[in-house]
Design a protein around this ligand. Structure first.
Ligand SMILES: C[S@@+](CC[C@H](N)C(=O)[O-])C[C@H]1O[C@@H](n2cnc3c(N)ncnc32)[C@H](O)[C@@H]1O
Length: 323
């Protein structure tokens, strides 16, 4: 990195969480425009929807001059407006067009870099050519399936599998805790995995009757990892307290009962940063705020990241370079 400056774009409505997260990791926020926070130092912040690496301030004397300055760096840019809206829009109009089609699930995430810029002052651009996400403002949009999945929660798994580039293989054993009404189970079964789902409430019939789905009505905490052997994946979207989730995944990890994990951390009231940090510190972990997460984060822990972190490679690098 050429300087210590990093831009963090908070997930919508969660700038306070982002600021708290950065400060507790010793990253000092020194300027804020809307939900864009400028800070000294890098932390792979969970509450950031996108991270602007090495952003530079560029003085610009005219609209044409601003366009020239951005084009001289690279072709593809996304405007994140924070003020000076009319002038910023005029600059944007003269930049090469970048198409942002909704993704079809199964397509790989875009590989070409997408820079982010804003008009910090009327005569000053802030621009980052290298962002953590290849999606505009880190928001992933899909062509939705409005017919088959019984809840929109399926979009969370589509996003996880797209941004990590890793998903269950055909025949993998997946355990889905807190599965009702069945959006996640539907995604996993549609990939050809064998899904064992648990919830206190029933699954939607259309999902429960899929060939490769077994359902058990009960508590996900009642499934003892000692008796499971080894599942390929453990998923949890259970509505539960974060400390209970932490204790549960630690037991599963201790018993080696699952290779890969994707779990939603449901936060209520004041964000419990201690528990979130404990989950993030488990080797091979990544915390993300997915595009359709609300006051929740997604904890991802993959076998291949655990082995990389054991070999000293940082599993928390931007996901684009991990997959
Ligand atoms: C957000 S919903 C899950 C949505 C689901 N992933 C989908 O894709 O349709 C949360 C679920 O957690 C379940 N839940 C809460 N406590 C649970 C427990 N102890 N064991 C199993 N399920 C639980 C609730 O019944 C509810 O269905």
């Amino acid at each position: 990195m050429q300087n210590d400056r990093v831009g963090y774009l908070a997930a919508k409505g969660f700038d306070t969480e982002l600021r708290d997260e950065l400060e507790r990791h010793g990253v000092h926020v020194n300027a804020i425009r809307g939900r864009l926070l400028l800070a000294d130092g890098y932390h792979p912040a969970a509450w950031a929807q996108n991270i602007w690496l090495d952003p530079v301030f560029l003085p610009v004397s005219s609209i044409g001059n601003a366009v020239k300055a951005l084009k001289a760096i690279q072709r593809n840019w996304h405007l994140h407006p924070t003020g000076n809206y009319r002038r910023a829009a005029l600059i944007e109009q003269q930049l090469p067009p970048v198409k942002h089609k909704a993704m079809t699930f199964g397509e790989p995430a875009p590989q070409s870099p997408l820079g982010s810029w804003t008009l910090w002052e009327s005569d000053m651009l802030l621009a980052s050519a290298a962002c953590s996400s290849p999606f505009p403002d880190g928001e992933v949009r899909f062509v939705e399936d409005k017919a088959n999945p019984p809840s929109r929660a399926y979009l969370k798994l589509w996003e996880v599998f797209t941004v990590t580039g890793v998903k269950p293989d055909k025949g993998d054993l997946c355990i889905d805790l807190g599965a009702s009404p069945g959006g996640w189970t539907w995604v996993l079964a549609s990939l050809g995995a064998h899904v064992f789902s648990i919830d206190k409430s029933p699954l939607e019939l259309s999902v429960a009757s899929m060939d490769n789905v077994d359902f058990c009505q009960g508590s996900g905490f009642g499934l003892d990892p000692e008796t499971v052997g080894q599942a390929d994946w453990l998923f949890s979207d259970m509505a539960c307290y974060p400390d209970r989730l932490l204790r549960t995944v630690l037991r599963w990890l201790e018993h080696g009962a699952a290779l890969n994990y994707v779990c939603t951390i449901k936060l209520q009231g004041k964000t419990d940063h201690d528990i979130v940090q404990s989950l993030g510190e488990i080797p091979g972990s990544k915390l993300m705020h997915l595009s359709c997460n609300k006051h929740e984060l997604t904890w991802i822990n993959l076998a291949q990241w655990r082995s990389r972190s054991q070999s000293g490679i940082d599993a928390a690098r931007p996901l684009r370079s991990i997959a």
